[in-house]
Design a protein around this ligand. Structure first.
Ligand SMILES: Cc1cc2nc3c(=O)[nH]c(=O)nc-3n(C[C@H](O)[C@H](O)[C@H](O)COP(=O)(O)OP(=O)(O)OC[C@H]3O[C@@H](n4cnc5c(N)ncnc54)[C@H](O)[C@@H]3O)c2cc1C
Length: 411
């Protein structure tokens, strides 16, 4: 193993997790971590939270400093996008012309934001928020902005709206569907978050579609809605989801279907290549083998660890409980599990106090728990879902019922 060369393609959360795990487990061969973005690997979640709020500066985003990579003998190649994977010659071709040879490859290319395709979408002042460079540009223009329109009621849109409202901007949020966070959360939390934003002065336009963005001299001036109304805007944030970054993998012949297909050990369809993080699609053992692709730090980090173990010839199977968090104003929202497809929501606690959890059931089985300012519920929920224990709806709704005691039911 010590003579092996491993290259990790993508220096985000999953890529770093893979590289770190390889060294922690004693891999002594050559190891390179290649990223398209300039600089050292950084944390993405604060971009739409502490960094946009102005609470953190850039230095706090850095995950590991240059000395770390030197000490760990990880060749951290940054600002040099990979242009092709040659699976036969086992080489990567980088934009700079450099080539990297590998015996085994880990792909952690993450996802790319979905672009808005309406007239005016390219005007100056229309922003996306996925990379540090984009966050920097957004933060710089935010200072002078008065009217901000946020397109999309997912996590990025909601966190952005909270940051803008806190900064005293006039904020309007457009959401195409009838519920905020429709892909990630249930109706109870969606409704709570809508009211939270309204209470903080955000104007909600629910069920609204953008027809065009108007400008003056290439700068955004207004957002035109499908119903003909026009909203003044000197800054627009678009947060309409992301797609897996699979272009290179697909060109190299790896099987992809809305994500690079991997098995429970993160192996792709090509021998010697693993994948993890936002770019990977797999069958989740805790959800009856449902095919999922997750966009979360938990998944990137933990799946990255399994991918690293596989590269070292260990037989580890990825079976972690998915979890996610979002910060908006002073509210911490946490989800344990996957709520998609649930039919029953049971509230534990009092919604009006702003501290409660929603237990989501599908066919009597607990599939997810969505917690608002209730971290203890969240931690217990992870344990219950991992153990396959479903409290009855009456137990879930009763704050006097100690969830911890129910764990004893685990088979
Ligand atoms: C603003 C924001 C806030 C978020 N907040 C949260 C949160 O609160 N909680 C949470 O759980 N998750 C959050 N997420 C999601 C989370 O950040 C992602 O799920 C996580 O980063 C996925 O890790 P990854 O390594 O798969 O992808 P990434 O971290 O995106 O890393 C992929 C890397 O691969 C690089 N890459 C792609 N193609 C190439 C190429 N051809 N050559 C070289 N490099 C390439 C990219 O440049 C990128 O740096 C947030 C995401 C964003 C954008």
């Amino acid at each position: 193993m010590s003579t092996q060369r491993i290259v990790v393609l993508g220096a985000g959360h999953a890529g770093l997790s893979i590289a770190e795990t390889l060294r922690r487990k004693g891999f002594a061969g050559s190891l390179a971590l290649v990223g398209a973005e300039p600089g050292l690997p950084y944390q993405r979640p604060p971009l739409s939270k502490q960094y946009l709020n102005g609470e953190w500066d850039e230095s706090r985003l850095v995950q590991r400093n240059a000395e770390f990579f030197q000490r760990q003998a990880i060749d951290c190649v940054s600002g040099d996008p990979v242009q092709a994977i040659d699976p036969h010659a086992r080489r990567l071709h980088l934009a700079s012309g450099r080539e990297l040879a590998w015996d085994q490859l880990a792909i952690a290319t993450g996802s790319r934001v979905r672009r808005l395709s309406v007239p005016g979408a390219d005007l100056v002042g229309v922003h996306y928020l996925q990379t540090l460079a984009q966050a920097r540009a957004l933060r710089a223009q935010m200072a002078a902005a008065r009217h901000v329109v946020v397109i999309g009621g997912g996590y990025i849109g909601l966190e952005g709206a909270a940051a803008f409202a806190r900064a005293g901007k006039q904020v309007t949020l457009l959401n195409r569907g009838s519920e905020l966070l429709s892909r990630a959360a249930g109706a109870t939390v969606s409704d709570f978050l809508r009211r939270l934003h309204e209470a903080n002065g955000v104007q909600m336009e629910i069920g609204q579609v953008v027809r065009a963005i108007d400008g003056d001299n290439d700068r955004v001036r207004a957002v035109v809605l499908a119903d003909g109304r026009t909203l003044a805007a000197d800054l627009v944030l678009v947060g309409i989801g992301a797609e897996p970054e699979t272009t290179l993998a697909a060109s190299a012949g790896l099987q992809c279907r809305d994500g690079i297909l991997v098995d429970g050990c993160c192996r792709t369809s090509v021998n010697g290549i693993v994948a993890a993080g936002d770019c990977a699609r797999f069958e989740h053992p805790l959800y009856d083998g449902r095919s999922v692709r997750l966009e979360s730090i938990q998944n990137a980090v933990e799946q990255g660890r399994v991918a690293a173990a596989t590269l070292l010839g260990e037989e580890q199977h990825y079976a972690a409980v998915p979890w996610f968090w979002s910060d908006q104003y002073d509210t911490k929202f946490q989800i344990a599990g996957l709520s998609e497809g649930h039919s029953i929501e049971v509230v534990r606690g009092d919604i009006e106090t702003g501290r409660f959890s929603v237990f989501c059931y599908a066919r009597k089985r607990l599939v997810a728990v969505e917690s608002i300012n209730a971290p203890a519920d969240h931690m217990m929920a992870r344990k219950l879902i991992m153990a396959g224990v479903s409290p009855t709806p009456d137990e879930a709704a009763d704050p006097a019922c100690a969830l911890r005691d129910l764990l004893a039911r685990a088979g």
